[in-house]
Design a binder for this molecule. Structure first.
Ligand code: SF4
Ligand code: SF4
Length: 95
């Protein structure tokens, strides 16, 4: 199936003007990318997920810059999450 993406309302959407909205989602670790152990938690089903702090954000988010502090080792799901995608726009709306 080919997805038509040309009509996405992406104008002005960039991680640079976003407070890491997508970094409040649950992120499962499904491949080994070298995420430091202090950022990993085990969920109710025994799977590994990124730890989130009480403010809702992933523990690897820099709270001042909203940048990922483990960018080179970020999980596969984070690598696949596309800026300007429907999921991205949805998360930005929800903030
Ligand atoms: S991918 Fe989208 S939701 Fe995530 S930080 Fe970038 S602009 Fe924000
Ligand atoms: S690992 Fe980095 S990119 Fe992924 S949710 Fe945490 S801060 Fe965001």
């Amino acid at each position: 199936m080919t997805i038509e993406v040309t009509n996405l309302p992406t104008s002005g959407i960039t991680c640079a003007n976003c407070k890491a909205c997508c970094c409040r989602l649950e992120v499962m670790l499904i491949t080994e990318t070298g995420v430091p152990k202090e950022h990993i938690e085990t969920d109710a089903w025994g799977g590994e997920v990124m730890k989130r702090l009480e403010d809702g954000w992933c523990s690897a988010v820099d709270r001042e810059t909203f940048m990922c502090t483990i960018y080179e080792n970020r999980p596969w799901i984070c690598r696949e999450f596309e800026m300007g995608s429907y999921e991205c726009i949805d998360e930005r709306k929800n903030m």
